[in-house]
Design a protein around this ligand. Structure first.
Ligand code: NAD
Ligand code: 6OD
Length: 495
């Protein structure tokens, strides 16, 4: 909570239930704080059990009523209007995302908000083109039976979201969920509620019936997150966040045997082979490590470089990192914003100290940058590179979720694969090599859900997305989203 009074012009964020913005029924609010300078920029209404109950009831009614009865073509046309609405109010979405996260305006303009619109368009177009299976068979009595599968919505879906890419990650779930005919209750991160609220206005303007899209604000335990995921009338839970939170939500989902789809943490490796084109690899790895101030689940925290290239790679990474420009969203040329909060900065700085205690060499960074006094209350941190730690170091094993990475040398392909896989996580991997055979061979052996070769975060929304091991359960993206957001019903007709 901010110690300061709300900044003039602060925003009041209400819950969005059954098509209306509503204050907290218990009258509870909490402060939204800017990560840029620590000022209070919003007052957020916290949803209690009664608010969550109202949202679930509205979602159930809409599922059975207007939304459930709508012909598919009309439903999908409405979702295209939602995408149009995001684009029409593009600058407002950008402002809201910048205010909540402090990230560079250019990132919001080029990544977060365009993907918010694309997530509706892509899935609206996809669902009408995905076939289901059909078989005819001869029955024992000489008749024929036609079996065909029908996709039906899973029902009322809880969408629990993190703070790092708020609109992008929320709509990545809401887009396919609504395209498949479900209704949703979104629980945005307590850190970043603004774009989910704005989307409520867009939903109403696009003609989405009340109750189809609901938003309940608040925290996790003993708050909106727990009340929502424990609610027995929620049919499925899609969650993006920490692996530990996933375990808690999975226990809640076990009550009533509800389905889950989880996109969780990572400690992602990048393997740079000696034949890599460093002119491509350096800017790509700088991006995969530092974009969004390192707060991207797909990002790189462990880099392994084939020994002949190691010294040059480290030296060039140092130079490129020191050229990153730290500053507030609107400062021209800014590439690195703050972390999301002071609390998260304490955690990341704890790892900065731990790395040194574990014996790391600090190649660059390691602390808090010098910035103008007006930004002193912000969650600023230096981008940091370490070398010299063994794979067993906690710095090399635990997800830090900040702008930092450790770089180690390796000698053989087998060693690189082994060390990359020596982790509890399995979200993404990056390989840089000019040897196509090696790229295929190594990619096939990395224990990850997504592997990029000579690239990173190149997204085709039709592809399967998710993680192995502690990094997730299930896949979304393309037809895989349909696997979670629909149930298949087989219909057998004898004739
Ligand atoms: P988090 O797990 O702390 O919180 C995520 C959401 O869960 C928030 O809305 C929070 O309020 C809610 N929550 C917390 N405890 C809960 C509970 N007991 N019951 C119900 N809801 C609860 O994660 P975060 O700090 O917001 O996000 C960062 C984490 O998310 C990182 O670990 C990152 O790797 C992960 N992440 C993964 C992906 C992916 O696609 N795999 C994408 C983005 C972020
Ligand atoms: O691009 C996506 O669809 C996606 N889910 C990205 C996740 C980023 C994690 O921080």
């Amino acid at each position: 909570m901010s110690e300061t009074a709300p900044r003039t012009g602060y925003r009041e964020v209400l819950n969005f239930i059954n098509g209306r913005f509503e204050p907290s029924r218990e009258g509870r609010t909490f402060a939204g704080v800017s990560p840029v300078d620590g000022a209070q920029v919003a007052v957020i209404h916290e949803a209690g059990r009664a608010d969550v109950e109202a949202a679930v009831k509205a979602a159930r009614a809409a599922l059975k009523g207007p939304w459930g009865r709508l012909p598919q073509a009309e439903r999908l046309a409405i979702l295209h209007r939602v995408a149009d609405g995001i684009q029409q109010r593009f600058d407002e979405f950008v402002d809201a995302e910048c205010l909540d996260t402090g990230k560079p305006r250019e990132s919001c303009r080029h990544v977060d908000i365009p993907r918010g619109a694309a997530n509706f368009r892509v899935f609206a177009d996809l669902v009408k083109n995905v076939p289901t299976e059909a078989f005819t068979m001869d029955t024992p009595d000489g008749a024929t039976a036609l079996n065909y599968a029908l996709r039906v919505p899973r029902g009322v879906i809880a969408v629990v979201c993190p703070w790092n890419l708020p609109l992008l990650l929320m709509t990545w779930k809401v887009g396919p969920a609504l395209a498949c005919g479900n209704t949703v209750i979104v629980k945005p991160s307590e850190e970043t509620p603004l774009t989910a609220a704005l989307l409520g206005e867009v939903m109403n303007a696009a003609g989405v019936p009340p109750g189809v899209y609901n938003v309940v604000n608040g925290f996790g335990p003993d708050s909106a997150g727990a009340y929502l995921t424990e609610h027995p009338d929620v049919d499925g839970i899609t969650f993006t966040g920490e692996s530990g939170t996933g375990e808690v939500i999975m226990r809640a989902a076990a009550q009533g045997l509800r389905s889950v789809s989880f996109e969780l943490g990572g400690k992602n490796p990048a393997l740079i082979f000696a034949d890599a084109n460093l002119d491509d690899a350096i800017p790509t790895i700088i991006r995969s490590t530092f974009i969004n101030c390192g707060q991207v689940c797909l990002g790189t925290e462990r880099i392994y470089v084939e020994r002949p290239l190691f010294a040059e790679f480290v030296a060039r990474m140092k130079v490129a990192t020191e050229q990153l420009k730290i500053g507030p969203p609107d400062e021209p040329g800014v590439t690195l914003g703050p972390l999301i909060s002071q609390l998260h900065r304490e955690k990341v700085l704890g790892y900065y100290q731990l790395a040194v205690a574990e014996g790391a060499t600090v190649v660059t960074g390691g602390g808090i940058p010098d910035l103008p006094a007006a930004l002193a209350g912000g969650a600023w941190i230096q981008p940091t590179i370490w070398t010299g730690l063994p794979p067993s170091a906690r710095t090399n094993r635990e997800e830090i979720f900040g702008p930092c990475c450790h770089i180690s040398p390796f000698d053989t392909e087998a060693e690189a694969i082994a060390v990359a896989n020596d982790t509890a996580y399995g979200l993404t991997g990056v390989i840089f090599t000019r040897d196509l055979a090696r790229a295929h061979r190594v990619a096939a052996q990395l224990e990850v859900g997504i592997c990029w070769v000579n690239s990173w975060f190149l997204r085709d929304l039709r592809t399967p997305f998710g993680g192995m091991k502690h990094s997730g359960i299930g896949r979304e993206g393309g037809v895989h989203s349909l696997e979670f957001y629909t149930e298949l019903r087989n219909i057998c007709i004898r004739y």
